[in-house]
Design a protein around this ligand. Structure first.
Ligand code: F6R
Length: 222
């Protein structure tokens, strides 16, 4: 059974994951990092950018981006990444990657993902692979579920402003990553983490595919 590693609080979880990622960056060999947005990873990015690491060998590959809002929109994931990571670490723009329809080919051409960091939606989505997504899915445009639109409306002035579509890595794209870290914070994430990791593997709970990943670590805090 997959272990869910409990950390004392959000600060500790952020520090723990930042340290793991920092160690990989510090090795200095090329590192292709799958990067999430949303509330969960903000603390980890804060810790990471304060360490003086050398990011010269890192490429970042975002998991997803909204469709229908501009890159400069305050809630775009381009903007999120700039504000939380890219502005601080001096990555050359050609090492910053966002999803497009040939993303899987681009990722493979650059050597594949070494580590992908994930959050989880209350409905079990990872990246924006909503319930019902095929386990063999690759990067594509998807409709966001009502649940996700509701959950993410906290970042917008009103629910009507939340985009209804996104472009996302697929489940197959994520599963090909050599290592995966999944993070969750708060009780409603604990419930879905348990169902995803300890329940039946089903496309109704996209994160359940991670039960088949050979190199997965899962972190949770209240
Ligand atoms: C974001 C992403 C999503 C989030 C998930 C949890 O890039 O891929 O799967 O990780 O929606 O979001 P938060 O962390 O805001 O609860």
């Amino acid at each position: 059974m997959i272990t869910i590693e409990y950390l004392k609080n959000y600060d500790e979880m952020s520090q723990y994951v930042a340290t793991l990622v920092g160690k990989l960056i510090d090795v200095g060999t090329p590192l292709n990092l799958g990067t999430p947005t949303g509330g969960t990873p903000i603390g980890m990015y804060k810790k990471l950018v304060n360490t003086g690491l050398n990011w010269n060998n890192v490429h970042t590959f975002n998991l997803d981006e909204y469709v229908g809002i501009d890159k400069k929109h305050p809630q775009s994931y381009h903007k999120f990444m700039w504000d939380n990571l890219h502005a601080y670490v001096g990555l050359n723009p050609y090492k910053i990657h966002f999803p497009h329809l040939e993303y899987d080919m681009e990722i493979e051409a650059l050597g594949g993902l070494d580590l992908t960091i994930l959050g989880i939606g209350t409905n079990g989505h990872i990246a924006f692979n909503e319930p019902g997504s095929s386990f063999s899915s690759v990067t594509r445009i998807v409709n966001l579920s009502q649940q996700t639109i509701m959950d993410n409306s906290r970042f917008f002035d009103s629910i009507n402003q939340v985009p209804t579509q996104a472009i996302t890595m697929g489940l197959h794209t994520i599963m090909k990553s050599r290592q995966v870290i999944l993070m969750g914070q708060g009780e409603k994430k604990l419930d879905i983490l348990k169902r995803a990791l300890w329940g039946m593997v089903t496309e109704d709970i996209p994160a359940s595919i991670l039960q088949y990943h050979p190199n997965l670590r899962v972190f949770y805090c209240d």
